[in-house]
Write a new protein. Structure first.
Length: 312
């Protein structure tokens, strides 16, 4: 019997389910054959925010699984004309088998999921980016040759930049579930919200998660992984100049990397604004790592599709 599941937040997954998704993703990467396991199934892709990697990886992934992706332009849907999320979600449930939605407000995707009878995937909101974060974990495991989630606890992950954006929030969530060692380096006014941290800290007793929040950039010296993101996320363009000034001391550059170990890797969720959060020379130096994560988005999306459609 089909039990409807959504992936709105990393917290929708247990550690065993994260492990299941990652194992299937690695299996897809090892064996790149096209299969027809989702033949006759249709994935709706609704985009309010621009997308390059998310829309492409989900479209290609669905096609490689034998299904059909259908692109739905948010601006050309009836939502901007006043049709409710309730009604739109009910319509999708009539036609589609699963939907990936990329919107600004996290509450919008929660509302879609509330009324939908088919699985809803968060392709990015202002608050979380779960599929990207699963790809991050897959990439760290691959680059450090880790074959069991438990061994990730030995890897010190440091996120530097806006500690209150969707990437930081999702890294905090995945760290809580898996019991990882995560440091967020950010200006004080961009620290993660208290409710975000409090939710993660509920996992301390069960997973022994270790999360540190600081504005001291020198803490980066202990990192095995440095992760960064744009200083100005979509929807915050009016704050561009202010953010440039505030975040300029937190740029990932060669000077900063001189204090970390040689085995440390640098990742970026992309798109990158070279010369702002990361310099061109550092980006080029770690391009192999960054674009490995891009590739891994495809395998994670395929695995997530199968997981939510009860095929794994």
């Amino acid at each position: 019997m089909f039990v409807k599941r959504d992936l709105i937040s990393i917290y929708d997954l247990s550690i065993n389910e994260v492990d299941m998704i990652l194992n299937k993703a690695f299996e897809f990467k090892k064996n790149k054959k096209t299969v027809d396991i989702l033949k006759g199934k249709t994935l709706g892709i609704l985009l309010e925010k621009p997308s390059t990697r998310t829309v492409t990886s989900f479209s290609v992934g669905m096609a490689q699984l034998g299904g059909t992706p259908i692109f739905i332009d948010f601006s050309k849907s009836q939502i901007p004309r006043g049709e409710s999320i309730h009604d739109t979600s009910m319509v999708f449930s009539c036609y589609l088998d699963i939907v990936m939605i990329r919107v600004f407000k996290h509450s919008d995707i929660e509302e879609f999921a509330m009324y939908s009878t088919i699985p809803i995937i968060n392709g990015l909101t202002d608050y979380e980016h779960p599929c990207q974060t699963l790809s991050t974990i897959m990439t760290i495991m691959e680059l450090y040759k880790i074959n069991k989630l438990n061994f990730l606890k030995d890897i010190k992950i440091t996120y530097i930049g806006d500690g209150n954006n969707n990437i930081a929030n999702s890294l905090i969530a995945i760290s809580a579930i898996l019991g990882l060692c995560l440091t967020i380096i950010s200006p004080n006014q961009y620290y993660p919200k208290k409710e975000t941290l409090n939710k993660a800290l509920k996992y301390v007793n069960s997973t022994n998660v270790k999360i540190k929040i600081t504005n001291d950039i020198n803490v980066i010296k202990n990192s095995d992984v440095i992760y960064t993101d744009v200083w100005t996320s979509m929807g915050f363009e009016t704050e561009l100049e202010h953010r440039k000034n505030v975040f300029s001391p937190y740029q990932v550059n060669e000077k900063l990397l001189k204090i970390v170990s040689k085995k440390c890797i640098v990742l970026h969720c992309l798109p990158a604004i070279k010369g702002e959060e990361i310099t061109s020379d550092v980006f080029d130096k770690y391009e192999y790592c960054i674009f490995k994560e891009v590739e891994n988005r495809l395998y994670i999306q395929k695995s997530v599709l199968l997981f939510l459609l009860n095929k794994i």
